[in-house]
Each structure stands twice: as C-alpha cells, then as structure tokens.
Write a protein that binds this ligand. Structure first.
Ligand SMILES: [Zn+2]
Length: 256
C-alpha cells in the first residue's frame, strides 16, 4: 500500500505504515524567482514531482508522502519582500519535530525530496542528526542536483543557471504555463565569474552569496529560451530518476 499520510485515519496509520514503509517529505520554498516567475515555483515543483514519484512506484514501494513543507531556508532571497524564510535553527527544529512524529510510527526510512538548492546543506545536516537522534534511516534526494552543489546547468548559461534560469523556468512552464510571464524573462548570467577556477557555483571554494549580489532582478540564469516541451522532458526524467532512487532506498539498510 502507498499514498498520502494525511489521507489516512489516525488508527489507519498503524495498519498502513510498517517497517518497510518509506516516508517522504517534499521540501519546497516560497521565494522570489525573478520577475517572470511566481514565488511558489519550488513548492509547486516539490509537490508535483513527489506526486509523480508516488504514481510511478506505488505498486512496488510502500511509499507515504507527507504534506509538502513549503516554507524553508531561503536566506539568499530574504532581501526580496514576500519571500518566506525559516532561519537555520528553526528549520532544523521543524525537521527534527517531523522526524519525531515519523519515528512514532513503525516506519524506519525518511526521505527529504528537496526542490530548493538553498536547503541542501541544512538537509544534509538534518539527515545525520535525525539518524543519530531517532535511529531512522535518512535520505536526501533532488529532482536535479543544484548546480551550486555540484549539479550541472546549460552551457549557454555557463553552468550558472541556478535560479529561475532555462531549466527551472521550463519545468514551471510545463506545470503552470499560465503563471509564467515570458515578457519579463531576461538573461542574468554572472559572466564575470565564469572563468574562475575555484570560486564559482559548484567550484572547490564555497562562498556565501545572496541572489541580490548578482543584480536587482533576483534570478540567476537565462530563462529567455524556456519552453514547456523542454520542461516536460526535464520533469519526466527527474521523476523517473527519483522513482529509481526511491526503489533503491526502500531496500537499503546498513550491514555492520
Ligand atoms: Zn527555485
């Protein structure tokens, strides 16, 4: 059996959730994504991709989705009014509280499906803390690895399409075409950083940054070529990749 945890009755949880169950928390964000996109982008992508994964694996994995955590660690966009942001310590506590509740069921596996790059470091910390505190097996997966964490983005964006760029805008145009304003989509690639050997997104030197450090628009990348067809390809590939990852997670355990 698999489904959405919130749709179960209280007593039904005991019947439905067992030691083989995988509990998945989609993590999104409500944060500025430049002038051409709404702030809901990461929340919508987290929600939709989690639903697609559930549909893909429901016959072979005992997967239970938690409601999407839509407000998270958006410090790099907090300069933009309307962005909703948890501070690091709050978010770690929220994740720990959710883990406490998951540990109160029979489930042993908790997966964070993260659609916002700004959460990645903190979620890695949470994975280990929760592993130790609650004896859960914890996992962190992404629809696509954020370029700032070693993932890739397009050559045209010099590998710096990290926020509201071609890929993300395309995926959102596939999911919510009526909410994208392509008239306001402009190229904002920090070309001055492209030749740096180390101090760059995904480089060997990490650096603190906000989206405002790269200009007033708030997005980083080139959304001008975004289109829903590309978005559908990326979305389907991400969902298929995540489904495989969740299947492997369902059978994963440590052997000492
Ligand atoms: Zn985003």
């Amino acid at each position: 059996m698999s489904g959405r945890l919130a749709n179960l009755s209280g007593p039904g949880v005991t019947d439905a959730i067992g030691t083989d169950s995988v509990v998945l928390l989609p993590v999104g964000a409500i944060e500025q994504h430049g002038p051409h996109l709404p702030m809901s982008v990461d929340a919508v992508i987290a929600d939709e991709v989690a639903s697609a994964v559930l549909a893909a694996v429901c016959d072979d994995v005992d997967l239970w989705l938690l409601p999407t955590l839509t407000v998270s660690k958006s410090t790099e966009h907090a300069w933009s009014p309307g962005t909703l942001c948890l501070r690091s310590e709050t978010m770690l506590q929220v994740l720990d509280d959710i883990a406490t509740c998951v540990a109160g069921t029979s489930a042993r596996r908790l997966v964070f499906l993260n659609a916002h790059g700004g959460n990645t470091s903190l979620l890695s910390v949470a994975c280990r803390d929760i592993r130790v505190r609650h004896d859960l097996l914890t996992f962190l997966v992404h629809p696509s690895l954020p370029p700032a964490s070693g993932g890739t983005s397009t050559k045209e964006e010099l590998g710096m399409g990290i926020h509201g760029g071609l890929n993300e805008t395309s995926v959102f145009a596939h999911l919510r075409p009526e909410e994208v304003n392509m008239d306001l989509a402009v190229r904002r690639v920090p070309e001055w950083m492209a030749d740096n050997a180390s101090v760059r997104f995904g480089g060997s030197v990490q650096f603190g940054w906000t989206s405002r450090d790269f200009g007033p628009d708030g997005h980083i990348g080139d959304p001008t070529g975004a289109n829903p067809e590309l978005g559908r390809e990326l979305f389907d590939a991400a969902a298929a990749g995540l489904a495989d990852q969740v299947r492997e997670i369902a059978g994963f355990d440590f052997r000492a």
